[in-house]
Ligand binder design. Structure first.
Ligand code: NAD
Length: 474
């Protein structure tokens, strides 16, 4: 990579705009470069190009589409180190986290390229045959957030293309660079118009959700924005996949071993500096082992270095943007103003960079902001419980339902608890196991539909029933 990538891709061509905004490195607050702000006309151009490309892309044999999607993985792999550095610079995450995301993007493209949806033969007798099959929708609008910019784009682009759709992809205005670059590279593999990448502010997302010629929106972001997406997608009854926020509980049962699980619980909560939809955001610990778990977590947290993601030994980066940083400062103030005790952290260091220290809040009230809200940053409430029925009802007492985890030596008991949690994914004695083959999506206000697996692939398709009879002959 000789320059920072910052062109949009529309109909196979690099497109620049006079209207731009800046991408900021959150660790230094220095500008990285300007990126284009697409106009409504440029969105129309991208949608038109995608519509035109759709006919021949849809009609191409599945095996050819799969092969081209697999080649997109090669493009990232050939530039892996540059992607890792660019991702860490624009998003802030530490090197290992950036490696995980870029490696994951490659893996997802490779694996989704092997997926297909079988036809279902409903009737096959004599001269009558009835088959249910899947057909692509048309132009998919993909809208992504800033916490895992490339991976979450791939989660949408790969199945959309394999299923035979064409795509207009819009990254978050905070982290457009890896996605714009991916779009540019992809043109060496895909026909023009099959994957268009345009950048812009939140209004561009809204224009996409209202656009009459986009047939489906696949959106990942906050629940508040998800509600707006759903409302404006009603204009032409778009298909929707919404991957939204979470306030995921973890429940530590009394037979768990505090020392053995402390490291996993730490990363369950703080991976990606806790800017993770499926992070543990409320940690419920049985009163018998509460103090021991708290002490082990504090001890482990002290060994983890926070700083500029590309610096040696750094495992936790800054908060990605000023808006989220200010929200977290406000949350820390609320904790202080309400006299809640912290076991670690609690004060932002100030200076350059949007750094919020790992903060462990000691058993705050169940209705406090740090418990009720999705912090989306490294501020975690530790909550004490005595009775299992009580903790299950507290864990479920939220409008969210993305994921949850249960930790304990008696696995059947832990699983029995997990099965009663209202969440799209429940892990037992582990967390954050994701795979192209596993459906991931939220219950309640954490989402609509799922991504990944054949269930996720089916969300990029219409269902078509073909009822066939042999022609009559005289
Ligand atoms: P956000 O909702 O602010 O923005 C997400 C995307 O939507 C951005 O590209 C933004 O420009 C665009 N957007 C903003 N307003 C829009 C509108 N009115 N119409 C259409 N698009 C619009 O979210 P964020 O702050 O970027 O991301 C953080 C949130 O995302 C958290 O709540 C997190 O839990 C959630 N998230 C969920 C998942 C999941 O899989 N469930 C994964 C990652 C993040």
């Amino acid at each position: 990579m000789n320059e920072v990538p910052h062109a949009m891709t529309i109909n196979g061509a690099r497109v620049f705009t006079s209207n731009v905004d800046l991408v900021i490195n959150p660790a230094t607050e220095k500008q990285i470069c300007a990126y284009p702000l697409a106009s409504r006309e440029q969105l129309d151009d991208a949608v038109r190009a995608a519509q035109k490309a759709f006919i021949s892309w849809r009609d191409r044999p599945l095996s050819e589409r799969q092969a081209l999607v697999a080649k997109l993985a090669d493009l990232i792999q050939e530039n892996q180190e540059s992607f890792i550095r660019l991702l860490s610079t624009e998003q802030g995450k530490g090197r290992a986290a950036a490696e995980w995301e870029i490696g994951g993007s490659i893996h997802w493209l490779q694996e989704v390229a092997k997926q297909s949806l079988p036809n279902e033969v409903v009737v096959d007798k004599g001269d009558e045959q009835i088959v249910t099959r899947h057909t692509p929708i048309g132009v998919v609008g993909a809208i992504t957030p800033w916490n895992f910019p490339l991976l979450l784009a791939v989660w949408k682009v790969a199945p959309a293309l394999v299923a035979g759709n064409t795509v207009v992809l819009k990254p978050s205005p905070f982290t457009p660079l890896c996605t714009l670059w991916f779009g540019e590279l992809a043109q060496s593999v895909l026909p023009p118009g099959v994957l268009n990448v345009i950048s812009g502010g939140n209004e561009l997302g809204q224009w996409m959700t209202e656009h009459a010629d986009i047939g489906k929106i696949s959106f990942t972001g906050s629940t508040a924005t998800g509600r707006k997406v759903m409302a404006s997608a009603s204009t032409n009854l778009k298909r929707l996949t919404l991957e939204l926020g979470g306030n995921d509980p973890a429940i530590v049962l009394p037979d768990a071993d505090p020392k053995a699980i402390a490291k996993d619980l730490f990363w369950a909560s703080f991976a990606n500096s806790a800017q993770f939809c499926a992070a543990c955001k409320r940690l419920y610990v049985h009163e018998d082992i509460y103090d021991a778990v708290a002490a082990e977590l504090v001890a482990y947290a002290k060994t983890v270095k926070m700083g500029d993601g590309l610096a040696d030994g750094v495992e936790l980066g800054p908060i990605q943007n000023k808006m989220q940083y200010d929200k977290l400062l406000n949350l820390l103030q609320d904790i202080k103003a309400n006299g809640q005790k912290v076991l670690l952290g609690g004060e932002a260091p100030g200076g350059k960079g949007y750094f919020i220290p790992v903060t462990l809040v000691d058993n705050p009230p169940e209705d406090s902001r740090v418990v009720v809200e999705e912090a989306f940053g490294p501020v975690l409430p530790l909550l004490k419980y005595r009775d299992i029925e009580d903790v299950i009802s507290r864990a479920n007492n939220t409008c969210y339902g993305l994921a949850a985890s249960v930790w304990g030596k008696d696995v059947s008991r832990a699983e029995a608890v997990a099965s009663r949690l209202e969440a799209g994914t429940v892990w037992v004695n582990q967390i954050h196991v994701f795979s192209p083959g596993l459906a991931f999506g939220g219950h309640k206000q954490s989402g609509v539909g799922v991504e990944n697996s054949l269930h996720g692939l089916a969300e990029y398709c219409n269902v078509q029933t073909v009822i066939r009879k042999a022609a009559a002959s005289a």
